[in-house]
Structures are given as structure tokens and as C-alpha cells.
Write a protein that binds this ligand. Sequence first.
Ligand SMILES: [Zn+2]
Ligand SMILES: [Zn+2]
Length: 363
Amino acid sequence: MAGQVNLAPDEMRLVACGTGMPTARPKQAVSCWLLELGNGDKFLFDVGTGSNERIAALQIPYNYLDKVFLSHLHTDHFGDLDALFVGGALSGRQKPLRVWGPSGETPERGTKYAIEHLRKALTWDIDGRAGLTDPRGYFIETTEFDYKGVNKVIFRENGVTIRSIPAIHSLDGPVSFIVDWNGMKFVFGGDTYPNKWFAKYAKDADIAIHECFIAVPDMIEKFKFTPQSALSAGTQIHTAPEAFGKMMSIIKPRMAIAYHFFKDFDTSASILDGIRSTYAGPLSLSEDYMVWNITQDEIRVRMARVDGDVWPPPATEKPQLPDPSARIPYSDMINGGRYDVKDVIQPVYDRINKEYGINEKQE
Ligand SMILES: [Zn+2]
Ligand SMILES: [Zn+2]
């Protein structure tokens, strides 16, 4: 399992935690990429719908999963942020979740607005947890940066530099990210029509992830798009396989990674044909749980073996005890509706109090 295999100090590891499309399916969550560095740092690029389950499968203590970079605010790229935020805090992230994302043309279309309002939408959820668990994880620190920034630094810590470049997708706002560490370059492209910034700044990357949408005929036949919307979504809002290949021929990465299509036995061939009509270099047609180990000398591509029956990994530090006085009480009306089961619960209290040397009492 990826989270349990140590990295060499000079190694990078990438795990695909979501490679599919906005339409949910069990086989593929949507855009989410875990980048782990030999210095111990871990970064999540996008947390698309369904990806939290993939992240959990890797059994990584949540204190390491506190940095998220969002390419844009489509739900297939950040729809599981709420699950990572609350579930992570509950499962051992004892610090705020840090989120980086682009501004928009108006404040309402920016990451700060989205996160503030997501946090507001979770008011009942978080209020209800007060006084019950370690409170330190229930905060989000948002860094919104200018979506028009071209190769501007948005993160620099611990020998890792992350820059952003604009993308062309749907509305102004989307971006791609470039990570430099230890003489290696990792590029994560969010959704985009092929763009000149990617062509320039992703050049010679060790790893270049770029979206590659499903082929137009499959969009019409399988997704039941009209030919008009299939052409527009599949080639103008997104990158068609032929255009993906053209971009990769320009930037010549050590490994090109394509995502954002349903990878089935009867869709992969047309995607591969499209890409291979314009690109002959190293290529991964990604799927969930694909793993890339990257050093200066070698890139190994494997599949992570995961277990469906996972539990939260152990926290990296001792949990802080909750403060019961922080609990928000029930109203008298609701509290008065308790059925009396104290007699059958008391043995549970007795056993746990004895076993752990504590003296807890029923409410
Ligand atoms: Zn999108
Ligand atoms: Zn997308």
C-alpha cells in the first residue's frame, strides 16, 4: 500500500486518487492527485468527487494530508473537500486544512468565497461536534492567488516551490500547477483547452499530467451528448486526445499522464489512437490507484494494492481531550424525549472506566 511504503530521500511518488469524469461511477473518482516527496511532504492536487475514499485507502495519517491545491472550482475537482475537511479532522488531522486556489473574475467566483461558504454550509455539522473530539482540525486556512499569475510562486516551504499558470476552461479562473523539488519538475494541469502557458512552463517536466477528454464519438454514443455539445465540451472546453498528444510533443515530459476520461476496454483504444496520432513519447493512460515512483534515473509505474476494509490510520500525535463545556446543549424539549436506557448502557461505562482508569458518567 502506497502510504506504508517508505520513499527514498530523493524520490517523488504520485498516486492517482481520481481520474474520471463529473458523472460518478464506482470505478473512477474524479480529479485528485497525491504527490509525496522524499523529504516527507505530501500535497493533494484537487479533491474531486469520490476521491476521499481513495485517499483513505492509502492509510496515510491525516496530519500529513493538510495541504490541498485546487485547479478550479468545478465539483469534479473539489467536491470532496468537505469530506476531507471534516473526515480528516475526525480521523487524526490535528491542525487546520490549508487550501490554495485561484481567484476569479469577481470575488464570488474565487476560492476564498467558495471555501468561506462551504464552511458556512457545514455550520450544523461542526457545531454538533464541539466538545466531543479534538477541536484543532476544524479550521480551514485559504490562500487565494491571482489566476492570471504566469509562473508566479504561490508556495515555498521546505525546499518545495509551487507556481501557477492560467488555464482556459469554462470561465476565467482555472489554473495549472508546477512543482519544483530536488531538481525535479512535476506539473499538474487542471481542465483546459490547450494553452500557451502549459506549452512553455511545463517543458521538460519529469511528470506532466494534463487532462484528455473522452473521444467525441464516445461522448455522443455513450454519454448521449448531442453532436453539437460533444464537439464543444470534448474539444473546446476540454482537451481532445489529438490535442493532448500535440501538447506533449511540444513539452516532451519524461512521462505524460492523461486523465479525465472513463477508462474502459472499449474507450481506451480511441483515446490512445488520438494521442498516438500526434505523440510518440512515454505515456500513462491513468486510472485510480495508479502509482508513479520518480527519481532522476527512473520512472516506475505500478498499481497500488488497496484494502476496502480500512480504518483511520493512527494519528501522528496524541489527541487533545475535548472540553465537554464546549458542547452546545439540546433544548429541553429534545432532551426530554430521551428514552431510559441508562441501565443497559451503564455496564459499557463501567467496563471502559475500569479498563482505562477514568470516571466518565452518562449524560
Ligand atoms: Zn472543469
Ligand atoms: Zn473536470
